[in-house]
Design a protein around this ligand. Sequence first.
Ligand code: FE2
Ligand code: FE2
Length: 193
Amino acid sequence: MLSLITKDHEQVELLLNVLIEQLAELESEQQGVNFKLMDDIVNYLRNYIDRYHHPKEDLIYSYYLEHYVEDADMPNRLASEHQSLNFLSRELSHSLNMIQLDSVMSFDTLAVQLRGFVDKQRAHIQYETNVVMPLMAEKFTPDDWCHIEHLWKNGDLQDAQTIAVFNDAYKQLTQRIVTAGFIGEEKEDICLV
Ligand SMILES: [Fe+2]
Ligand SMILES: [Fe+2]
């Protein structure tokens, strides 16, 4: 499970890097800004993360809280960050839609939202990579992982058709990103879940 989460994070980072390059364009000459590509990246991130990535992490973390933490009122930072990231991605997606519809929306406002979104996503991934995942790796026994895998595989999110759609969408997105010249080559291993 941790390797699946790490793989997700690598893919999210790649897409965030493209958004940062677009942000640099937005803040300079604006010649190379591709709003449609940005919109598709944000939508992909939003949908995939909400549908598969955060549920995986929430499952693992809930298991941890249930089995390893005695204080039932301990704040769940992971869950609250997931909620705020969800809000930011919806807000950014809305702004990108507005801009493409030529509605009143300043580039400066969009740039601030974009920067906030990328910074929060990156800080969140750092927290998970440096704090949450090492903690799980240290505390969980092989039996714990076995239970978690079982819960995940038998959960209602394991819909092969939807997973294939996400894999395909990611592949197409990275191809467009390569074509647009943002990354040199597409990663071969793109199985997401
Ligand atoms: Fe997360
Ligand atoms: Fe994550």
